[in-house]
Design a binder for this molecule. Structure first.
Ligand code: OTD
Ligand code: ZN
Ligand code: ZN
Length: 346
């Protein structure tokens, strides 16, 4: 079979990314803005983005970290707490300060301690979001010490999401970073107002890769990697061309000493290699014909945004992912550090 040497697509958007703040932000934004035209910026900082003022400041910090002629657009999200005011949400949505709001179940992931314990405490906010057409992004896991960590997503769908969709049928919801067959099946079964992002790491790896040959802290993330069956369901989902699935890297850097630790942090920094990995997997699945839609069309369609005008070109030329990224003196270990990947992006 002849292998395609290069191809060009509409410049993609990353519908789920963590930029952090301060020095990390200044160092890493370019790894997203070089390859992506827009990004949905997650609000779970150590001081989360819960107010209009903090969102404005954060956006300014991101824009200041960009190269002078960059066309990159960050879309800001609001971290929902029990104190979120529906009037603020409405004002900030119409003023284009917040594009969407993010629901973190309390303690479900890094920096989610101000998250929501019971959905009914934010009913008034969800009602307003539904009314004004503001998307709700969800970290879809139930966290309960009596529940197995591998079942968190499935239970979220069964116990929370199905009811949430029933109560707010017109609310646009994105189930972020899906990791299970149950999530794939549920998304496919729903007619409208529900989409999902899929990360490179959940497509590339399963829990054996993380645990069966020594423990790999740099593959530890939430939702945690699942079994091969689930990984394969995700791969099938993207290869099907179903428009409800779109790109979201969930790139989430931590310093290496917080990952390689007696209590390691969850999160994988994959911005550098994300597009190469996605391309590799689509090719492996014989689904490169659906690649551009996943990267550059489906998300825009879901969010009713125009498609980007710029393009990027993928060249079949392997390159090595750096072993480390320096943030001043400190080190972040990127996803697939030191490994070769097949596609170079121009
Ligand atoms: N998952 N780590 C982080 C976020 C994501 O749930 C997520 O979106 C993080 O460090 O912010 C992680 O494992
Ligand atoms: Zn999450
Ligand atoms: Zn995330």
């Amino acid at each position: 079979m002849i292998k395609i040497k290069q191809f060009t697509i509409i410049k993609p958007d990353d519908w789920h990314v963590h930029f952090r703040n301060g020095k990390i932000l200044k160092t890493i934004v370019k790894y997203t803005s070089n390859f992506y035209e827009r990004a949905m910026v997650m609000p779970n900082l150590s001081s989360p983005i819960i107010t209009i003022k903090s969102a404005k400041k954060y956006k300014k910090n991101i824009l200041n970290a960009l190269k002078k002629n960059s066309t990159f657009t960050p879309l800001m999200t609001c971290y929902l707490t029990i104190d979120t005011d529906p009037d603020d949400i409405e004002y900030a949505f119409y003023e284009k300060i917040f594009f969407a709001a993010k629901l973190y179940p309390k303690n479900s992931t890094s920096y989610s301690k101000f998250g929501i314990k019971k959905i009914k405490t934010i009913t008034n906010v969800l009602e307003r979001m539904q009314k004004i057409g503001m998307p709700l992004l969800v970290h879809g896991e139930i966290v309960d010490k009596n529940m197995d960590i591998f079942d968190r997503e499935k239970f979220f769908i069964d116990k929370i999401l199905i009811k949430l969709r029933k109560d707010f049928p017109e609310l646009k919801i994105v189930l972020e970073h899906i990791s299970t067959k149950e999530a794939v099946d549920y998304i496919q079964s729903v007619k409208k107002n529900l989409g999902a992002t899929i990360t490179p790491h959940h497509l590339m790896y399963n829990r054996n890769d993380m645990l069966s040959n020594g423990i790999r802290p740099h593959l530890y993330c939430l939702p945690i990697l699942k079994s091969k069956t689930h990984q394969e369901a995700l791969r099938k989902a993207i290869s099907s061309g179903n428009k409800k699935f779109f790109l979201g890297t969930d790139s989430a850097p931590h310093y290496y000493y917080n990952k390689e630790s007696h209590c390691g942090s969850a999160g994988i920094f994959n911005s550098l290699s994300s597009l190469s990995i996605y391309a590799e997997i689509f090719e492996k699945m014989h689904a490169l014909n659906h690649f551009e839609s996943f990267c550059s069309r489906n998300g825009a369609l879901f969010y009713s945004l125009p498609e980007n005008k710029n393009t990027i070109t993928f060249i079949r030329k392997s390159w090595k992912i750096p072993d480390k990224i320096f943030v001043g003196e400190k080190i972040i270990i990127p996803f697939l550090a030191g490994k070769m990947v097949k596609w170079t992006i121009e």
